[in-house]
Design a protein around this ligand. Sequence first.
Ligand code: GSH
Length: 216
Amino acid sequence: MRVKLYHFPMSPPSRGALLAARAVGVPIEVVFIDLLKKEQLNEDFVKINPQHCIPTLDDDGFILWESRAIACYLADKYAKNDQLYPKDLKKRAIINQRLYFDSSFLFVKIRGIFFPILFQGKTTIDKAAKDDLNTTLGFLEKFLSDNIWVAGDNYTIADTSIYASVSSLVATGWDISLFPNIKRWLNECSSLPGYAENADGAKTYGEAVKRNLAQK
Ligand SMILES: N[C@@H](CCC(=O)N[C@@H](CS)C(=O)NCC(=O)O)C(=O)O
């Protein structure tokens, strides 16, 4: 197959790129890189991506990493129409804003809480970090009070990216009862192509977090 995605299912950004690929509908070969076995440091992979992170895309020799850049590229190149990533400047700008919101606020805060629990022996969540993440979720709640989807009336690559982050958070048992619009949107997201595949990875992520939190 021409298009390959190097992927690790536990990783939220990796699932975000895969959800985007599924929404686009491009046939894709998924190549598993087990981060728990440090396979990303294998010589062959580092040759492709010296930053050795997943997801990484290989489109017939064109290599790209950063999940949201991958989503934009796949939507621009392979989507049947421009609904997932409109050409209209203002619609596209709002989607970009939501993508950057995910990459520089929402996922960063999720990672900041759960990376130390998953990989550095931490067994608790600090109140300040919890409040901070809930403040950020409040911004998403606001986006979803104006729109059915994250950036408008249909789902876009902003939804696939943010859903990968939020579904991972929910799988850890995070209380989202304060956010009725997010709850409603999470139900809508069950219609996303690749939903079940994402759910499996999010479940593994959530279970690993819960196991480590239980070690208190
Ligand atoms: N901003 C990047 C984050 C990618 C990232 O942090 N990937 C992690 C897994 S969640 C990874 O590959 N870690 C292994 C490494 O960097 O060696 C994206 O959205 O693609």
